[in-house]
Design a protein around this ligand. Structure first.
Ligand code: HEC
Length: 179
């Protein structure tokens, strides 16, 4: 009897010893992967906003929401991220804000709202990852890196916030894994 208890305890210990690092490894890699995706999307977004948009402005070409109807317009930085997201099947990629121009860009769940509020309260925290029910998610801070980010949002008729300044945290890039 005693021996059995000992063996059972040993089996449990071994099982935990093997399983725990595996579980941890799975969690860590998803977190690391999410961070890599977010930093990469952010880098491309920055290059688009600072490189492409600013450069073509010199030739009179401007970002415009209805860019497909205007030969002298290119897509908005937000549309650039959303268009890339539309190409992806493996996970969801988008852009959210607490004071968005369109309500469709509000956080989708309470957990996303809480994470974005946490980031707004402490903009030094540039990436947050979290579990939202069964979904693993990540947010990357989206700052008004050029004056035109703030200007366009402040002037947009549908924007509920009219006092963005350059450098402000405007929202976040979001990545959602459904499994
Ligand atoms: C010329 C206008 C314009 C410029 C410039 C612009 N935006 Fe936007 N932004 C918009 C519009 C319009 C949307 C909504 C687009 C959509 O969802 O189709 C949007 C969406 C967003 C969102 C999602 C939340 C929301 O407000 O809907 C964030 C965050 C955001 N922009 C940040 C930025 C940042 C940061 C920059 C500068 C790098 C920037 N924007 C430049 C017009 C602009």
């Amino acid at each position: 009897m005693r021996q059995h208890t000992g063996i059972r305890a040993m089996i449990i210990l071994v099982a935990f010893g093997v399983a725990t690092p595996l579980v941890l490894a799975a969690d860590v890699s998803q977190e690391v992967m999410t961070k890599y995706i977010l930093t990469t999307v952010k880098a491309f977004r920055t290059v688009y906003a600072k490189g492409v948009v600013e450069q073509v402005k010199k030739a009179g070409v401007k970002p415009n929401e209805n860019w497909t109807k205007d030969d002298h317009a290119i897509m908005l930085p937000a549309q650039f991220v959303k268009a890339a997201g539309a190409e992806l099947k493996e996970f969801e990629l988008g852009l959210i804000g607490l004071t968005p121009i369109y309500k469709s860009n509000l956080p989708k769940t309470q957990a996303e709202t809480d994470a974005l509020k946490k980031m707004m309260a402490n903009p030094d925290q540039k990436i947050i990852t979290f579990m939202d029910g069964k979904e693993f998610k990540g947010l990357a801070a989206d700052f008004a890196i050029v004056q035109s980010c703030a200007d366009c949002h402040n002037q947009h008729p549908s924007s509920p916030k009219k006092d963005f300044k350059q450098g402000d945290l405007m929202g976040a890039i979001v990545v959602r894994f459904s499994h």
